[in-house]
Write a protein that binds this ligand. Structure first.
Ligand code: MFK
Ligand code: FAD
Length: 504
């Protein structure tokens, strides 16, 4: 007897199929920029579909392997990554996934354009979005320090389009005693050397993309008596090469790789720093403030990943609804099923517009075109968007999984991978509560000005200003509502804190 096989859900050229993205670009970019960007994105969409997506799957199937000793018993601490992962690094350089934001060919629109490419890349990247986030963050910190002479080479490599030169960066903040409370949890000590460099001693508990070339990290500088200042004021920021030219680790030992629920394509290691040579790059005791530039960039990347994973799951779900029959008709003809998909679609569209607004503001800030109001808004919206979309993406991914029925739960469909990888988005780069507190920090530090900027923007702007296309009306008010809803949660938390009801 003939068996009927279910046609699998697919997406085509992600850029061409993303009507909201295309409408957004059409209504916001200057025509000349749009023309160039459109051509590049269409080409990139094809490359993603035909070449990059299969590589991403290869990364999932061939996670990194850690070899501590060689056959003769020598300690080697080698993290072996698959060829597809290494190819992702080359592709990232070729596509200018970091470079675009720093070359500023399109002035204030360069940042938005870079974010769009990263958004398209994210769900096909096999986890490579992670090192790119940290690389972007490191470049941002170095740029904000005025690109000191000693970091010129590093900056040009982190922002290079040449795969031979391109470097990626790590971000080593978390230690065993604290990932949120970095200020009190950091035990790593920096000892100054006669040549003005430092040697770092300590243990970094989570270091993602541990195959990176360089990293930024925090440590406490010891005085002549070996004493360190405790708390936030004792922390300074350091730059270091992870390996030397021959690939030998910089007085670092890899204890082990983390056994993770998701993001398994990417090596997250526990590292012993045993005198790693490093360069002090912030003023002494200003480490947290200096690394905040990195955090604000990596948190935006987190939003990009959240929106991208929702977009991909829902696009597949929509395609499946056109192919799957139940009760004598296609799923797309069952109003209840379509209501479920429509609800998710509205979520992703709102989140997408919130993301675009943030990178638009960042682009203005980076080209000195941002008003004071824009800068205040940007400071407020980054933690709000990170905390909101991190949670939202997990909920949407669970819902989307169910829309494929039992197949949604099957490993070889790739759908559970997306779910697992989404779940981390509310944890790393600051948990939801920590980001709520960061919103309060932004309120306190600006003496309420960030909230005033937000409320006046929402009041002054008509829906058309947020997005002039009529079909986007609903979504733009949703992005505003999403932010407002988050702010309400935060306000409630503040009340709880004030009244002491947060005590367990
Ligand atoms: C795929 C996309 C994502 C890729 C992910 C890559 C892999 C994952 C990598 C990680 O997870 S890396 C680790 C991420 N870790 C965190 O996010 C840490 C979470 N904890 C916090 O964010 C805490 O709020 C923080 C450590 C920053 C608190 O530190 P402090 O020292 O107790 O805070 P304090 O004293 O309020 O602030 C010190 C200074 O920093 C202040 O400046 P001033 O001294 O000039 O007044 C603050 O204003 C400034 N600051 C803090 N947060 C800021 C900020 N400035 C701007 N923006 C912020 N967000
Ligand atoms: P804790 O700080 O112990 O938090 C535990 C719980 O307490 C959380 O729910 C938190 O929200 C809550 N909490 C803590 N303080 C407060 C407070 N004041 N008010 C209310 N609630 C609070 N870190 C790096 O530095 N570099 C990396 O490359 C990196 N990669 C990672 C990769 C993965 C896959 C994962 C899972 C983590 C990675 N991390 C990395 C670590 C990550 O940033 C931390 O795990 C995270 O910041 C939380 O810190 P913690 O684990 O110490 O949790």
């Amino acid at each position: 007897t003939e068996t009927l096989f279910q046609e699998q859900p697919e997406t085509g050229n992600q850029y061409l199929e993303d009507t909201l993205l295309r409408s957004y670009l059409k209504t916001h970019l200057p025509p000349k920029v749009l023309e160039e960007v459109h051509q590049d994105l269409e080409r990139f969409g094809n490359r993603l579909l035909t070449k990059i997506q299969p590589l991403g799957w290869e990364c999932e199937l061939n996670p990194p392997v850690f070899r501590q000793y060689d056959a003769w018993g020598r300690r080697v601490d080698h993290i072996h990554t698959c060829s597809a992962w290494r190819r992702m690094k080359e592709i990232s350089a070729e596509e200018g996934l970091i470079a675009e934001a720093y070359e500023r060919r399109y002035s204030n629109w360069s940042r938005l354009y870079q974010a769009v490419k990263l958004y398209l890349f994210s769900s096909s990247s096999g986890g490579f979005s992670c090192p790119l986030a940290m690389t972007d963050g490191a470049a941002k910190v170095i740029e904000s320090l005025g690109i000191p002479g000693s970091l010129k080479n590093a900056f040009s490599r982190l922002t290079s389009r040449d795969p031979e030169k391109f470097w990626t960066s790590g971000q080593w903040m978390t230690e065993r005693r604290g990932g949120s409370d970095v200020a009190n949890g950091t035990e790593t000590v920096a000892r100054e050397q006669p040549d003005g460099t430092y040697r770092l001693y300590g243990f970094k508990w989570f270091t993602s993309a541990a195959d990176s070339d360089v990293t930024l990290t925090l440590a406490r500088i010891a005085d002549a008596e070996g004493q360190c200042t405790q708390g936030s004021r004792g922390l300074s920021l350091f730059f270091l090469r992870v390996r030397d030219e021959e690939g030998k680790l910089n007085s670092i030992q890899v204890q082990r790789l983390k056994d993770k629920l998701g993001t398994r394509q990417m090596a997250t290691a526990e590292l012993w720093l045993q005198g790693a040579r490093a360069e002090l790059i912030s003023a002494e005791g200003r480490g947290v403030a200096a690394i905040s530039n990195m955090l604000n960039i990596t948190r935006i990347h987190n939003v990009i990943s959240a929106v991208a994973s929702m977009r991909r799951m829902i696009s597949l779900s929509r395609d499946y609804a056109r192919k799957r029959l139940a009760f004598g008709k296609l799923l797309k003809d069952h109003p209840l099923h379509m209501q479920t998909i429509a609800r998710m679609e509205v979520q992703v569209r709102g989140a997408f517009l919130l993301l675009m607004e943030i990178v638009r503001l960042l682009g203005l800030a980076e080209t000195n075109l941002a008003s004071e109001q824009d800068q205040l808004l940007l400071r407020l919206l980054i933690p709000v968007a990170k905390l909101y979309t991190g949670k939202q993406a997990s909920a949407v991914a669970v819902e989307a999984m169910e829309s494929f029925g039992g197949q949604g739960y099957m490993e070889d469909t790739g759908l559970p991978v997306m779910l697992r990888d989404t779940l981390v988005l509310s944890i790393w780069e600051g948990t939801t509560n920590i980001l709520s507190l960061d919103v309060l920090r932004s309120l306190t530090k600006s003496q309420g000005q960030v909230m005033a900027a937000f409320l006046s923007t929402v009041q002054v702007l008509s829906v058309q200003d947020w997005c002039p296309l009529s079909e986007c009306f609903a979504e733009s008010s949703i992005s505003t509502c999403a932010a407002l809803a988050s702010l309400k949660v935060i306000a409630r938390k503040k009340l709880e804190l004030a009244s002491g009801t947060e005590e367990l």
